[in-house]
Design a protein. Structure first.
Length: 249
């Protein structure tokens, strides 16, 4: 049976490549393999490397020394422990987030999750369970899938980590955060998340990594973090595909 499956795979792969040839995740240029990006699109990506804020993962223009915190982290310490992001949210990175979320480009998930594993190595080490930021059921019905859950599932598979997609839920519907200011975003998601009583054991006393696609003001992941901690999570770190950075960073 294994020999038959292997034979079918060898036959199906070239047919699949003929019907769906690999293209760049950014511009659609033909490539030798996928998922990948072409050299021109690659140059628009800014991967987040040190130096950065140890708490918020905010990239610095120059090295201020390991352990240095951003003014934002000092003035308003977040509910979560550490945030790590693979990329700065701009150009192709922003396009990939939008394509996954609004254009059903789930084919981008393996590439995005791979970059997140690289950028989030610090928070994934010692992680005991991955939890995606949930969508409200009505929004999930309209969108058909949760982009954060797809990314978290792929990361869990790559890293062989426990995945708990049902231990955090949207307790109430919220408006889209797009176009809202920081205070409006915070008010919009305040009390929006909860851990169902029957699911609390999945995160109680554990080091949780909360997964989302993009970080802007932090209102959403902060509200989700507080819900996880109320239910007994020992620590909560955050891993996102991209985060907004200061102009010019």
């Amino acid at each position: 049976m294994q020999f038959v499956r292997r034979g079918l795979s060898l036959v199906a792969r070239p047919i699949g490549l003929f019907l769906y040839p690999p293209v760049c995740a950014g511009c659609g240029t033909a490539l030798a393999h996928a998922p990948a990006v072409c050299p021109d699109c690659w140059r628009t990506l800014r991967f987040i490397e040190r130096p950065f804020c140890e708490v918020l993962g905010l990239p610095f223009s120059y090295d201020l020394g390991r352990g240095f915190l951003s003014a934002e982290a000092i003035a308003s310490p977040p509910a979560f422990g550490r945030l790590r992001a693979a990329l700065v949210y701009r150009d192709l990175a922003a396009k990939m987030v939008a394509s996954l979320k609004y254009s059903d480009r789930t084919d981008l998930v393996p590439l995005m999750a791979g970059w997140m594993c690289r950028g989030g190595r610090e928070v994934l080490e010692g992680c005991e369970v991955l939890v995606p930021v949930p969508l409200h059921p009505r929004r999930l019905f309209r969108r058909r899938f949760n982009q954060s859950a797809e990314l978290a599932r792929a990361i869990a598979r790559r890293e062989n980590l426990p995945y708990a997609p049902l231990c955090l839920k949207r307790a109430r519907a919220t408006h889209s955060q797009v176009g809202l200011g920081p205070s409006e975003r915070e008010a919009n998601v305040r009390g929006a998340f909860a851990v169902p009583p029957g699911r609390a054991h999945e995160i109680r006393g554990k080091r949780v990594v909360l997964v989302d696609d993009v970080y802007t003001t932090g209102a959403t992941v902060s509200a989700a973090t507080r819900a996880l901690k109320r239910a007994g999570a020992a620590e909560v770190d955050v891993l996102v595909f991209a985060r907004v950075a200061a102009d010019g960073a």
